[in-house]
Every structure is written in C-alpha cells, then in structure tokens.
Design a protein around this ligand. Structure first.
Ligand SMILES: [Fe+2]
Ligand SMILES: [Fe+2]
Length: 287
C-alpha cells in the first residue's frame, strides 16, 4: 500500500463520535439579527437552518435503505452509525433553534409545510432509492464544502457567539462524516452517471428551497416594519460579506467540478485536521 493510500485508509477508519450539545439558545438571548447584526445575512443563514432538520432525517433514511449493503463491512457500518448519530443531533439542535425563531415572531409553519410536501412527499417518494442516496452524497459534499469555509474564514466572527458555536460544531462534524454517504454510494452503484444525476437533483433542490425559505423570512421581516433596503445597502457595503459573496460562487463552482471528476473521493481533500483542531479547542474531540 502506498503512503497516500495508507493515509486515506486511516482517515476513513477514523471514528465518528456522536456529541450531545444542548445549546442554550434562550438563555444566551440570541438576537433576531444574529449575523452581522443585519437581517439579510441572518435570514439567508436561517433559511438553511430551516432545511436542516428534515433534510438531515432524509439523509439518514436514504442511507438506511441500504443497510443490507453496509452490514457486511464493519468499518463502514461503524461510520454509518456515527453519521446517523451526528445528523440526528444536528437536526435536534437546529430544530431547537428554529423554535426560538418562532418565539421571536416568525411563522415557519407555512414554509416548512411547503418544503416537507414538495421535498419529501413528492420528490423523495417519486425518486428511486439509488438517486436519493446519490443526492444525499452530493449534499454531503456541499455541506463539507461550506463547513471547510465556515472553519477557515473569519465570517463566523460576525455571528452571535452561540450561533457561532452551533455552526462551527455542525461544520466540524460535517467534515468528520463527509465521506460516509459517498462510500455507501460507491458500494451500491459507483457509476459516474448516477453520481452526476445525484448532484444535479441535489443542486436544483437545495437552491430552490434555500431561496424560497430566505424570501419568506425576509417577507416576514419586512412585514414587521424592518427597512430591508437600508440593510441591503449596509450588507453590500460590508467588505467581509462582499468578499464571502464572491468567494461563494467560486467555491460552489469548484465543488461541482471536483465532484464530477471521475476519480473523485471526498477524502482527497484532507481537511480533517481543521475539524479536529476546532473540536479539540472546545474539548469535544472524542465525544
Ligand atoms: Fe449535519
Ligand atoms: Fe452531513
């Protein structure tokens, strides 16, 4: 085995600990505009938070469908169990935060009902299991891409400390388990066409629901009397937000190009040390 292959094999054998966090959203008095003290970046981020709990339960269902394929591989089985545990905890914490949003006066139910209907009653039920798994692997690639940026960039320094902790913990764990769904897909159906179809479906879905969620939250924000035009101007004038906006386009283009390379594997990008460094800093490396 070459040194690179050996390093990769060690990486994928790394354990995926499940960490119960219990963030004190209420006690920490997370403000309505917790990101850059501006409703625009806050609601763009909130909209993604709205998608997480049900989306992550979908990831678990998509992989669970193939447990019979995983069961004879103890190493992958252990990582799959860690993946289920981590995604379950992410959904739980984001749901607790979403409750706080409701208490702050945002009515999340109409959007969530719309999202659940179209994503899970219509799309999921009419998509073959292998494509659901492939879309999950692609969405995991996107979350790992955003996670790397969240841990590397100074963007979260502009978030309320508790939201920063929530998002950095989530980001670190997304990196820890980033190759699990992909490895299951490789066992189930390694064809490039299946992988490409998965990222096409994943991209269209996440972009549509993310935009619709953000538009709905901003609509409600305007209805509360907030002058969104003034906040938009402030956001456009913020050098960190402007830099991130430009970087996001390059980052997602690069992520798609990487994912469509025939020999792609998530572990080719070794950002595990980034996740470990953060988890070590908060004293939660091992669980
Ligand atoms: Fe997650
Ligand atoms: Fe994930």
């Amino acid at each position: 085995m070459s040194a690179t292959a050996s390093a990769e094999s060690t990486k994928s054998k790394r354990s995926i600990p499940v960490r119960a966090m219990g963030f004190a959203f209420r006690e920490a008095a997370v403000p309505r505009w917790w990101f850059f003290e501006n409703p625009i970046p806050t609601h763009i981020s909130n909209a993604l938070n709205l998608l997480f709990p049900d989306g992550e339960r979908f990831f678990i269902r998509s992989v669970k469908h193939y447990m019979h394929v995983v069961e004879n591989d103890p190493e992958l089985l252990a990582r799959v169990r860690g993946f289920f545990g981590q995604e379950g905890r992410h959904g739980h914490e984001h749901e607790r935060y979403n409750k706080l949003l409701q208490e702050q006066g945002y009515d999340l139910e109409p959007f969530l009902a719309f999202y659940r209907h179209w994503a899970f009653e219509v799309l999921e039920k009419n998509t073959p299991p292998v494509l659901r798994l492939s879309a999950t692997a692609a969405l995991e690639h996107y979350t790992a891409t955003m996670a790397e940026n969240a841990l590397k960039s100074d963007m979260l320094d502009h978030a309320h400390p508790l939201m920063r902790d929530l998002l950095r913990w989530h980001a670190a764990e997304e990196i820890e388990h980033k190759s699990v769904a992909y490895d299951v897909l490789q066992k189930v159906d390694p064809r490039w066409g299946v992988r490409a179809a998965g990222i096409a479906l994943a991209s269209a879905s996440i972009v549509a629901f993310w935009i619709l969620g953000a538009r709905e939250l901003l609509r409600q924000e305007a209805a509360m009397g907030t002058d969104l035009a003034a906040h938009r101007r402030a956001a456009e004038a913020d050098p960190v937000l402007e830099r991130e906006r430009k970087h996001r386009t390059v980052m997602f283009r690069g992520a798609i190009a990487d994912y469509l390379r025939r020999d792609f594997h998530p572990d080719q990008k070794d950002d595990y040390a980034l996740a470990r460094a953060y988890l070590e800093r908060i004293g939660r490396l091992d669980g």
